[in-house]
Design a protein around this ligand. Structure first.
Ligand code: NAG
Ligand code: NAG
Length: 500
């Protein structure tokens, strides 16, 4: 074609960002959004390809910053059913164009850089979407803490995660303080899994002493107060280290939510994440007959209907910054690497404490929440794309539709009159897992097209996954830009133990 001005043009879409909803056309060149123009005005543009959105919504690609893929088994026998290849294939089919996975450092390994290198080796050349990593700190050794400046600088890994539970990863409060101090110096955002591990181990022993082993007791072993207590403690430790920013991951409990809200109201840099499992599942799903409940075993466990309502409210009123999947898939019918590894002749319905913790969800995150229709569309984009991009130092390259700067990462949804009527089954999905906890849900819309850096990678009606596993790029991330958090930290001055 002569005189091609654009690589791709999207016409007749209703574009949604975290700020606005408006009809306009989008022009794309060299992987970037280059122009937003009045609706219909680019219908005749000189472009290699034109997509008519037919009045459907057009949103920024999903940014899912809580995805576990292909991690070495740290918790007993369970091993992720998804590789980088299958997990990211699943991501683009559900409208997600960026994931941030984890680079796990085992307790026996003093170095973080080694764990990071190993994770790169697994992901490189195997990703359908763009990706970054969080450092998962299992052993905050002196060496590990010293390496954090290289990790956040040259390596572009500006977030880390620590755990207050799981024998393989739990660290003590004094170790948490050391991590927060170093994270603060290096402008690294600290993500914290807030459940009191000592208390839940004690609860577990009490249940087992009564011969209660079924999957549903997973929920009994982790009552809400144990999440709320740990959340409160994480907030206190953050404030002690001169208000170091933290993100409380996968919040399920209204009590924990309230503590987060109060800290935010006090001006503390406390951010929070929730997940679809706390909006769509309850503890009743863990009580399914036989061993079936294991399909919904994740931590914290899904709570009750009232809790779901409180979490929706927290999303609407800004308590939650981001809505991630916490994709962490284990096959159900798999006695070697999946949920059934905990079944033995002695324990015919398994032992809840040994069920690999986690569920798949990277593909269903956007469609489930979009179809539920319970968030304003601008809020949907904010918690699914824009805030995660800002929080993890990817904005405005990711998470928005800003001409000249944003990558052309875009989801086009079905318009009125063409909406699919979907009853979700696992066969529809593109992960490698043998079940979805959302089987049978009615879903009223689905990404019709997913674009990553200007290329159509998912075309639901013509070929499905049309991207390639070598197209996804590693994203070196900068410091978080959400709410000027690091500027605010600077204003607080450095941590000074003599000031207390
Ligand atoms: C926001 O939602 C949370 C969670 O439901 C609730 O605890 C809090 O009171 C709400 N805050 C306001 C100001 O409405
Ligand atoms: C969707 O399909 C189900 C049966 O599969 C049907 O009962 C329902 O009426 C359909 N809904 C719409 C909106 O077409």
């Amino acid at each position: 074609m002569e005189n091609v001005e654009y690589d791709l043009v999207i016409t007749n879409g209703i574009c949604v960002t975290a700020a606005d909803i408006a009809s306009y056309d989008i022009a794309i060149k060299d992987e970037k959004i280059v122009l937003l123009a009045p609706s219909g005005s680019l219908a005749q543009a000189a472009a290699r390809k034109i997509i008519d959105a037919e009045g459907g919504y057009v949103t920024p690609g999903g940014v899912d910053c809580h995805v576990h893929l292909e991690e070495p088994p740290l918790f007993g026998k369970g091993y992720s059913s998804d590789t980088y290849e299958t997990g990211t294939r699943s991501a683009i089919a559900g409208g997600c164009t960026t994931i941030v996975g984890f680079a796990p450092q085992p307790k026996t390994e003093p170095s973080l850089l080694k764990a990071l290198k190993d994770t790169h080796a697994r992901a490189s050349g195997n990703s359908f979407c763009d990706y970054g990593f969080h450092m998962l700190v299992g052993n905050p050794s002196e060496q590990a803490l010293e390496e954090l400046s290289t990790i956040s600088g040259d390596e572009g890994v500006t977030s880390l995660k620590i755990y207050m539970t799981y024998t393989a990863l739990q660290i003590r409060d004094d170790q948490i303080l050391s991590v927060l101090l170093k994270a603060r110096e290096n402008r690294i955002l600290t993500m914290i899994h807030c459940e009191n591990g000592d208390v839940l181990n004690w609860m577990t022993d009490q249940l087992e002493a009564k011969n209660l082993f079924d999957p549903k007791y997973h929920s009994h072993s982790r009552p809400p107060i144990l999440e709320a207590e740990a959340t409160n403690r994480a907030i206190a430790l953050s404030s002690l280290i001169s208000h170091t920013p933290i993100l409380i991951v996968h919040v399920s409990d209204p009590g924990a939510t309230l503590r987060i809200r109060k800290a935010q109201t006090n001006g503390q840099p406390i951010f929070a994440e929730t997940c679809p499992q706390y909006l769509f599942l309850t503890r009743d799903d863990l009580a399914a007959p036989g061993f079936e409940g294991a399909k919904c075993v994740c931590s914290p466990p899904p709570r009750d209907k009232e809790s779901q309502e409180a979490i929706w409210t927290g999303l609407r009123n800004g308590t939650f910054t981001v809505l991630s999947s916490d994709h962490c898939p284990f096959n159900y019918d798999d006695a070697e690497r999946g949920k059934k590894t905990c079944i033995t002749p002695e324990y015919p319905v398994g032992r809840f404490k040994q069920i690999p913790n986690g569920i798949p969800g990277v593909e269903t995150r956007l469609p489930l929440v979009f179809s539920a229709g319970r968030l304003a569309l601008t809020k949907f984009v904010e918690v699914m794309s824009t805030n995660p991009a800002k929080l993890y130092g990817l904005y405005p390259k990711k998470g928005s539709l800003i001409p000249g700067v944003s990558d052309a990462d875009i989801v086009i949804w079905y318009p009125e009159g063409k909406k699919p009527n979907i009853t979700l089954t696992n066969e529809m999905l593109h992960h490698a897992n043998d079940y979805t906890p959302f089987e049978g849900r009615k879903i009223g819309n689905w990404p019709r097209y997913t674009l990553l850096r200007g290329k159509v990678v998912w075309d639901r009606d013509n070929g499905g996954v049309v991207g390639e596993k070598s197209y996804g790029q590693f994203l070196k991330r900068g410091a978080s830009t959400l709410d000027r958090i690091w500027e605010t930290v600077e204003e607080q001055g450095p941590f000074d133990v003599a000031s207390f």
